[in-house]
Design a protein around this ligand. Structure first.
Ligand code: IYR
Length: 229
């Protein structure tokens, strides 16, 4: 239940006091530095069980919660799992779906596309990694008085928040994996989330294993992903 503190009971407009303007040279330097940092991020599928400070996770979630969203309804919920038994249940649920996916559901074309990633239905990292963060989108928000408001642009809003979260965890020094067992509805039951919430991503976070290997894959260059008019 939400209080709707997010849009009401406050002055309609306040001065923009948080924006920081930099000299152009500094701005260029900052853009380079950010790119140099974020380009080091690789999706990791081998984690250690070494614990990570809970505050890092909390602050990364706070950062995710600053993402823009449709009508500022913030239609997301992050269910954070560190409890070993619940991680085991999530692994069990995910591997059941994944076995179906890899043996029946996935067409050959999809399996071919995944081949360079070396994925299969075994998901030990769901138990090894210290934190699993299930990201849910809320198509409506239930207020404290029981009334409901509709949310807008939910997939877009949730995806932007997930991007912030991944960037924040990377910035703090953690590796992540965007895991998407399909369908993911078993997470609602395991994590006590209502039926109107849809799981979008199961984000795995922790330190990479010492001998962690990653696929030798690259990213498209700027010329391929952008056009300037
Ligand atoms: N969800 C499966 C398959 C999978 C699908 C895509 I698209 C990927 O980029 C990676 C994996 C799995 O997690 O193995």
């Amino acid at each position: 239940m939400s209080k709707l503190p997010f849009n009401q009971g406050q002055p309609a407009f306040i001065p923009l006091s948080t924006f920081q303007r930099y000299p152009e040279t500094e701005m260029v330097e900052r853009s380079r530095a950010f790119y140099a940092d974020i380009r080091r991020r690789k999706t990791v599928r081998e984690f250690t069980s070494q614990p990570v400070p809970r505050e890092v996770i909390e602050n990364a979630l706070r950062a995710a919660g600053t993402a823009p969203s449709g009508a500022n309804h913030q239609p997301w919920h992050f269910a954070v799992v560190s409890d070993p038994e619940r991680k085991r249940q999530i692994r069990e649920g995910a591997e059941a779906e994944e076995r179906e996916f890899y043996t029946h559901r996935a067409p050959q074309e999809w399996k071919d596309a995944l081949a360079p990633l070396g994925t299969d239905s075994d998901k030990p990292f769901l138990e090894t990694a210290p934190y699993l963060i299930a990201i849910f989108g809320q198509k409506k928000t239930v207020l404290e008085d029981g009334s409901e408001i509709k949310n807008y642009y939910v997939p877009e809003s949730v995806s932007i928040a997930a991007g912030f979260l991944i960037a924040a965890l990377h910035h703090a020094g953690l590796a992540t994996l965007t895991h998407t067992p399909s369908p993911m509805n078993f997470l609602n039951q395991l994590l006590d989330r209502p039926a109107h919430e849809k799981p979008y991503i199961l984000l795995v976070a922790g330190y990479p294993a010492d001998d962690c290997m990653v696929p030798n894959i690259g990213k498209k260059p700027l010329e391929e992903i952008a056009s300037f008019f």
